[in-house]
Design a binder for this molecule. Structure first.
Ligand code: SF4
Length: 748
């Protein structure tokens, strides 16, 4: 079947999932729910396996954080259904959620530690050998090259308590300075944007805002497939909202919107300045709000004065009339919300672009009220946990490593010597990779992430990883591109096989529980960290952390007095009973409050209580198309059934049927003609860094001069250019120059 046909058949098979759940032809919004997408057999209770108990927990794939009822027989999960009472998903789940249990039963689960022998073969070893090898070889690297020559790369996929344990063990116990998470790839931009604008990394919204807005602006977000349940929340909005999608591609979400602005790639910052210019010119701002609650508006007004409609139209490709109409929509909306995801974040000027949206919300007073906000939507199920408690860029509890008072407070809570806490932050992910290249990092511990697939400019990163003296990978599968490079593989339990908390995009803590046995000798990440602490000789430092809930109690104390205060959550039992709890939840918070929106009182987290307008001139695209590579490559999510590097989703036969098996390239018909490409023909896509073959999907969803590859397929990052936002160091995956030609003509 052709790629296009496969896509079409997928959409037909699940009409509720993509376009069908969006705006109907008559312009009304459907309220169909994805409560029972026929065909997800694994999500239904088998007739002969009547459950004898049901427990609920949150999904472990994406940041939406849906509630799932797990049906148990003799204490083991046999099936699941979405939780109707859970405030996030109210009875819905996407295909990944329905298949959460199925992916646990894969053939390539890591079931025992594997150690590479002197001939380069991976050999099974027992845990004592694995732990002794880990300790001896990491220590040997530190002795040879200094304590900061070992580092860790972690993830947004493990429980918050595990993140806190890993970050504390590595930095306070093992003497590491450098450790970062794969959240650098998706969320670093928003973290920095919020910190600079609001004084703390604080996404201000609650999902209920999707249902309360009357103008919803989605930027660089294909919500229909990336966050399908959140799209459903929009579909439940009774206010008949205007939906404005700002995206170079005519995505599934753009097709379903009331307005689509197909701007030129990476012209978003200019567009936001142009809209600000028009709002000021037309006196469509909220001067009282600006004066009472913000700083820097006068300078911002001067800055955007130069962004005339003519200039902005030339830079963005959006004509002056549409610009004014969009500004008018924002002005006329009583409740306007601005939402963004990776189209903004994964950019060489992502922080300023995110702040461009924050500026629009501030100047129009669209913050702190129902249906408003400058709202970043996260990717991974626990990216938000990583942002606050992973002890990587931030000290535990959203604190600052360079602040002596913060170090003292953390030392008191953990009863450790303050001198054990580094007084400087870690290198970012790309700096750790560069540190390996320069011989400064020689031992690396990778936990639940797959940089050999997902990091930008893949050929370079594989070469870099191969230079390490000691590479440890801790993962639930032994077959990831990074795991097969490891000197030592530590087999980890997965979601469903351990307990802890995850924090979703709207700041809601949710519980995960152990409802299945981990295979073979696999252990929870939490247990692995405990064993390593003992083997390393620093177990005493973490003596109180006997179980995840003990770490949770420490996290509560670490959060006390911080914007993310959770001292009002008594324990796991209460968290479970309350259907998740959003931070902040200080110990005096009313128990019944299920939705917590920030900044209702107009007070932000800077010392003066005011938000800041932050801005800079737009930057030049580092690698625009040129004579040899005349097309601009965009990357992004492919379908609702795929998750990141497909490490898990590829293990589900059901999910695999919902997306094309091989790489496909979306190309405009004009470019297809120009480069002699026929529909479904294999083509060679090439950048300065590498090449891949893909099946051509000729479509108007991409504009002439642009092509699109779904990010999930292994070869895609052979092409991408390693360049980064200067403030957040987040990689800019969505722009590099490529050429396309028919593969056969060149023997490709
Ligand atoms: Fe899980 Fe996200 Fe799907 Fe909800 S939308 S079921 S959290 S993958």
């Amino acid at each position: 079947m052709s790629t296009a046909a496969k896509k079409e058949s997928m959409w037909n098979a699940f009409p509720g999932l993509l376009h069908g759940l969006a705006r109907q032809h008559d312009g009304s919004l459907t309220r169909d729910l994805v409560q029972n997408p026929g065909g997800f057999g694994l999500g239904q209770v088998p007739a002969k396996q009547t459950p004898d108990a049901v427990t609920s927990m949150v999904c472990g794939f994406c940041s939406t954080g849906c509630g799932l009822n797990i049906h148990l027989r003799e204490g083991q999960a046999i099936s699941l259904t979405p939780t109707v009472e859970y405030p996030v998903n109210v009875g819905m789940a996407c295909p990944k959620g329905w298949e959460s249990l199925a992916v646990l039963a894969a053939d390539d689960r890591a079931t025992q530690p594997l150690l590479r022998d002197e001939r380069g073969r991976r050999q099974p070893v027992d845990w004592p050998t694995a732990l002794a090898t880990f300790t001896q070889r990491m220590r040997a690297v530190q002795e040879r090259h200094g304590p900061h020559s070992t580092a860790f790369l972690s993830t947004g996929q493990i429980a918050t308590e595990e993140m806190a344990y890993l970050g504390s063990l590595a930095k306070f116990g093992m003497g590491m300075l450098h450790g970062d998470g794969n959240t650098r790839q998706c969320m670093a931009t928003s973290v920095v944007a919020y910190k600079q604008a609001f004084g703390f990394d604080a996404p201000p919204y609650t999902y209920d805002d999707f249902e309360q807005s009357d103008v919803i602006v989605l930027v660089g977000s294909n919500l229909c497939i990336a966050h399908p349940i959140l799209w459903q929340r929009i579909c439940r909005n009774k206010r008949q909202p205007k939906i404005v999608v700002i995206d170079p591609r005519k995505t599934e979400t753009a097709m379903s919107a009331t307005h689509h602005l197909p701007l030129k790639p990476k012209s978003d910052l200019t567009l936001f300045y142009g809209l600000a210019h028009l709002l000021i010119r037309e006196s469509w701002t909220k001067p009282e709000y600006i004066a009472a609650h913000t700083n820097g508006f006068d300078e911002f007004r001067e800055h955007v004065a130069a962004f005339t409609p003519q200039r902005v139209a030339a830079a963005t490709g959006i004509d002056a009339e549409t610009l004014l109409a969009t500004a008018r929509l924002i002005h006329e909306g009583e409740r306007v919300s601005f939402w963004w995801t990776m189209g903004v974040n994964q950019s060489y000027e992502g922080v300023r672009a995110a702040q461009g949206l924050i500026n629009l919300a501030l100047m129009t007073g669209n913050i702190g009220r129902p249906g408003t906000g400058a709202n970043s939507i996260t990717g991974q199920c626990n990216a938000m946990g990583s942002r606050l408690f992973s002890n990587t860029t931030n000290l535990l509890g959203g604190r600052d490593f360079t602040n002596p008072e913060h170090r003292q407070r953390v030392a008191e809570v953990l009863s450790i010597d303050p001198g054990k806490i580094p007084d400087q932050p870690s290198w970012a992910y790309d700096q750790i990779i560069e540190g390996i290249l320069k011989g400064k990092i020689c031992g690396l511990w990778v936990v639940a992430t797959n940089p050999a697939h997902s990091w930008i400019n893949q050929n370079m990163v594989r070469d870099v990883l191969s230079r390490l003296e000691f590479l440890v990978v801790q993962d639930m599968y032994h077959s990831t591109e990074t795991a097969v490079m490891a000197d030592l593989l530590l087999p980890a339990a997965a979601w469903g096989e351990k307990e802890g908390t995850l924090i979703n995009s709207e700041r809601r803590f949710g519980l995960i529980k152990k409802v299945a046995r981990a295979p073979g000798q696999a252990l929870s990440d939490f247990s692995i960290f405990r064993l390593i602490a003992e083997e390393w000789g620093c177990g005493e430092m973490f003596r109180n952390w006997t179980e995840p809930e003990a770490v949770f109690q420490s996290m509560k104390e670490l959060s006390r007095g911080q914007p993310c205060d959770i001292t009002g959550i008594r324990d796991y039992l209460e968290l479970d009973a309350r259907g998740g709890v959003q931070w902040p939840c200080p110990d005096h918070a009313p128990e019944a409050e299920q939705q917590r929106r920030l900044f209702a009182d107009g007070r932000f987290f800077h010392n003066d209580g005011k938000a800041r307008f932050v801005f800079d001139p737009p930057a030049e695209m580092p690698e625009p198309p040129n004579a040899r590579y005349p097309l601009l490559l965009l990357t992004g999510r492919g379908t609702a059934a795929q998750w990141h590097t497909q490490t898990r989703t590829a293990k589900s036969p059901v999910l695999r049927k919902l997306y094309p098996g091989g790489v496909y390239l979306e190309i405009n018909p004009a470019d297809a003609r120009k480069y002699g490409v026929r529909p479904n023909q294999m083509v060679m896509v090439e950048s300065q860094r590498g090449k891949l073959s893909a099946k051509a999907f000729v479509t108007h969803s991409v504009q002439p001069g642009q092509v699109f590859l779904p990010m999930h397929y292994e070869p895609v990052n052979r092409l991408t250019l390693a360049h980064f936002d200067p403030h957040s160091r987040q990689p800019s995956y969505k722009n590099c120059a490529v050429s396309v030609r028919p593969a056969e003509a060149h023997g490709g």
